[in-house]
Design a protein around this ligand. Structure first.
Ligand SMILES: Cc1cc2nc3c(=O)[nH]c(=O)nc-3n(C[C@H](O)[C@H](O)[C@H](O)COP(=O)(O)OP(=O)(O)OC[C@H]3O[C@@H](n4cnc5c(N)ncnc54)[C@H](O)[C@@H]3O)c2cc1C
Length: 469
């Protein structure tokens, strides 16, 4: 029997395996992942050089004990000729925004190194290429059923299933939308569009930024119309200096309104001192998990209703090269952004796509048309709406329950999944994006790296499970 079965081999699954393999002792780990390569997932399978990380190398280490890990790897990789295009950039390596595909190479290499360390202790890691469609807990462990009918048995399992992009899931309010839409990262499909045609994009976050980069790569020269509820574009990421952690220093600041007021005060002080407002904002990031998990449901709702669009556009910032492209297209009048709600699809002539909209603050519906539609509305965090077999089965079996505000699933702070009756599982854990409701920010490279380390320690702790040595 396997010690640990990891479901999903994106960055979370791969980094958890790496941490486990580096722990003393012998263990057998299996990762089930449909993709051919571990460590990539959706984000780091990118093949376009223009699809870059949204943070510079100094912010994207997968080693929580060494923040310079990616910078060091990248420096060696560039020296070996692995990223010739970086020659054109003047910044130090720590300040570069690497292509996400290259980050995938880095993650895989770190996993391979951990595998070698583990092998010296008799540990094994196996990649089973497939999709888990069902999970049952039995007295001896956990039984996974894969789409091809095969089964795997293990002492414990970890849900590292990542994010379910809204662009790839069924949506109640806009059935048929995704069938009519072009994938935001599919440059090849975009090459088939009329290059002068007007393209409609729904959503204005970082996926939209990627979609505009994809259109540019595909040689599109026409107009691009972006619609989102608030019409806010992501801010550009700069490299602000450090700033005192004002939230850690004052534990009386707890509610969203208190945080907002303190942050505004700090930003004003920073700007008055000639320092970027991004410096105080970045200190909020380190406290967001604590603030969110301490908050009442009412305060969480208040944050989601009032502050979320602002948080998303100011915290999830755009890499400078992509931001520069957007600014250029805006200045040329080729890119336009408007605040409107999507109501659904409308009938359209052949070769066209039409959508029904309501502009913000207006009562009347209107229709807009283009040669293509790109759905970049982000992530579907509500597992009840994810049209995949495993989430459906886990809910049907009562092994999971929707997380706070229906964001992801419930779990203990150590990742032990909480079932429909409120009991913490001994054999089923989760990490990364499924824990959105627990931590709010549970997706980025640094979140995943920290959680992988903590969960590995939990899983190998003495007495943690029957067959973990
Ligand atoms: C396009 C994009 C760009 C991003 N850019 C950045 C960035 O620049 N910086 C940053 O910090 N973060 C970024 N992120 C966030 C990113 O999601 C995380 O950094 C990280 O990839 C999360 O890893 P994960 O393994 O939890 O999820 P994922 O990468 O989503 O991987 C989950 C894996 O689980 C597999 N899986 C799901 N269900 C099953 C099943 N039933 N059986 C078997 N396998 C299954 C999937 O195939 C997938 O490979 C980006 C995300 C996206 C989508």
């Amino acid at each position: 029997m396997n010690d640990i079965l990891i479901i999903g081999g994106g960055l979370s699954g791969a980094m958890l395996a790496a941490q486990l393999l580096r722990q003393p002792g012998q263990r057998h780990i299996q990762i089930v992942e449909p993709r051919a390569e571990l460590g990539r997932g959706e984000a780091y399978s990118a093949t376009e050089l223009g699809h870059t990380l949204n943070g510079n190398a100094a912010r994207m280490s997968v080693d929580p004990d060494n923040p310079d890990d990616l910078t060091q790897w990248l420096t060696a990789h560039i020296a070996a000729g692995g990223w010739p295009e970086s020659d054109a950039q003047q910044e130090p390596v720590a300040e570069l925004f690497p292509p996400r595909g290259l980050f995938g190479v880095y993650a895989r290499q770190r996993l391979a190194e951990a595998q070698a360390v583990g092998a010296a202790q008799g540990s094994t890691l196996t990649h089973v290429q497939g999709e888990v469609i069902d999970l049952q807990a039995d007295p001896d462990g956990v039984l996974l059923t894969l789409a091809d009918g095969s089964q795997l048995h293990g002492a414990r399992a970890v849900l590292a299933t990542g994010m379910f992009p809204a662009a790839r899931t069924r949506q109640r309010q806009s059935s048929g939308l995704n069938a009519a839409a072009v994938d935001p990262w599919d440059v090849q499909a975009m090459r088939g569009l009329d290059p002068e045609g007007r393209v409609l994009i729904i959503g204005s976050g970082l996926t939209m930024v990627d979609a505009v980069v994809s259109l540019e790569q595909a040689g599109h020269r026409g107009r691009i119309q972006v619609y989102s509820r608030h019409g806010l574009l992501p801010q550009v990421r700069r490299q602000p200096p450090g700033w005192p952690d004002f939230l850690a220093a004052d534990s009386s600041i707890r509610t969203p309104l208190q945080v907002w007021r303190a942050l505004r005060r700090q930003c004003r002080e920073a700007v008055a001192a000639g320092i970027d407002w991004q410096a105080p904002l970045d200190t909020v990031r380190a406290n967001i998990g604590r603030l969110w998990s301490q908050a009442s449901d009412w305060h969480k709702r208040q944050f989601v209703r009032h502050a979320r669009p602002w948080w998303e556009s100011h915290h999830h910032r755009s890499p400078p090269p992509s931001a520069a492209l957007l600014q250029r297209l805006l200045a040329q009048g080729r890119l336009q952004i408007a605040a409107a709600s999507l109501l659904g699809l409308a009938p359209a002539e052949a070769g066209q796509v039409a959508i029904r909209l309501r502009d913000r603050g207006q009562a009347l519906e209107r229709i807009d048309t283009g040669v293509a539609l790109i759905n970049s509305t982000g992530i579907e965090y509500d597992w009840r709406r994810v049209d995949r077999p495993l989430p459906r089965q886990l809910l049907a079996r009562g092994l999971i329950r929707p997380g706070p505000l229906a964001l992801g699933i419930w779990a203990e702070p150590d990742g032990a999944v909480i079932d429909a009756e409120g009991h913490a599982a001994r054999r089923l854990f989760a990490m990364g994006p499924p824990l959105r409701g627990l931590w709010w920010e549970s997706t980025a490279v640094t979140d995943v790296a920290l959680q992988a380390k903590a969960l590995a320690h939990t899983l190998v702790a003495p007495g943690a499970g029957p067959s973990v040595h």
